[in-house]
Design a binder for this molecule. Structure first.
Ligand code: 13P
Length: 275
């Protein structure tokens, strides 16, 4: 089908109380698993590159590969910059062909977050791309700043982003204790912004019943990094152990790893879509 922006898939998902999975990848094999899952499930998907990858040629090299894969996929695919932290990363990501960018100013003072996110959104829109911003802060540990309804509405109106990441109790990485997810706050924000696709960061390990409730209440994009990477790594370790000291068939070594990544991605795509 096509390489698309968030605007081709998220507003409809929000309307239909579905969410689209956004997988962070850092290599071809994990990306191939994602694309294959999208084909198998006949569902749109988002593939994202973390901002640090643009500190070297790695970002642009992989971006070219991902865009080619997306273009050949029968389903809509967004190739997105995750957690953009500097204007040059946004510029480089868009020049490398990404169709969507996030600017994450969630730890900055409100006015600075607005100024940088709005700059990013305007820039992205000028070149036909989409933009995600974040208000409230989804942390690595337990220092989350839960998004207020007032901030969410004000930030959305001030920045003109296409998708809004909010903080409602998830954290980045695996949970050390059961999370306390604020579905009520998500519902209030969704009610105040009835057409805005809301984004959930820190999707890994979030209990399915919480995910389901959040999707019912406005979340239309769910970011998954840690648990997908965990599948990739565990699968790689298993394959290395199987090889032992024997011959190393480098051309097919990764095939079972891609299969595992595809199964993982398929399961989440189905679940988030309400199937
Ligand atoms: P997890 O690593 O917790 O899945 O979070 C991913 C994420 O939010 C990427 O932006």
């Amino acid at each position: 089908m096509a390489l698309v922006t968030l605007n081709e898939i998220l507003p409809q998902a929000r309307k239909e109380k579905r969410a689209v999975a956004a997988f962070n990848v850092a290599n071809y094999e994990a990306a191939l698993g994602v694309i294959r899952a999208s084909e198998t499930e006949k569902l749109p998907v988002i593939i994202q590159l973390f901002q640090r990858m643009f500190r070297s040629e790695k970002g642009a090299d992989l971006a070219a590969t991902l865009c080619r894969m997306a273009t050949r996929c029968s389903q809509p695919v967004v190739v997105h910059l995750d957690h953009g932290a500097e204007a040059w990363q946004v510029r480089d990501a868009l020049s490398a062909g990404l169709t969507s960018v996030m600017f994450d100013g969630s730890v900055l003072p409100y006015d600075e977050n607005v100024a940088l996110t709005k700059y990013t959104a305007d820039y992205a829109h000028r070149v036909g791309a989409s933009c995600e911003g974040e208000i409230g802060h989804v942390a690595m540990g337990d220092e989350n700043a839960i998004t207020t309804v007032e901030d969410a509405v004000r930030f959305y109106n001030d920045t003109n982003v296409d998708a809004l990441a909010i903080s409602v109790g998830t954290v980045h990485g695996f949970y050390k204790a059961a999370p306390c997810i604020n579905v009520q706050r998500c519902r209030e924000i969704a009610d105040a912004l009835p057409n805005t696709p809301l984004v959930l960061h820190g999707g890994s390990g979030t209990p399915p019943e919480d995910i389901r409730a959040l999707i019912e209440n406005g979340i239309a994009k769910i970011n998954i990094a840690t648990e997908f990477m965990d599948t990739f790594l565990k699968s790689t370790r298993r394959e290395i152990e199987k090889l032992g000291d024997g011959f190393k068939p480098i051309d097919i070594f990764n095939d079972p790893i891609v299969d595992d990544c595809a199964s993982h991605a398929s399961k989440l795509l189905r679940f988030f879509s309400g199937r």
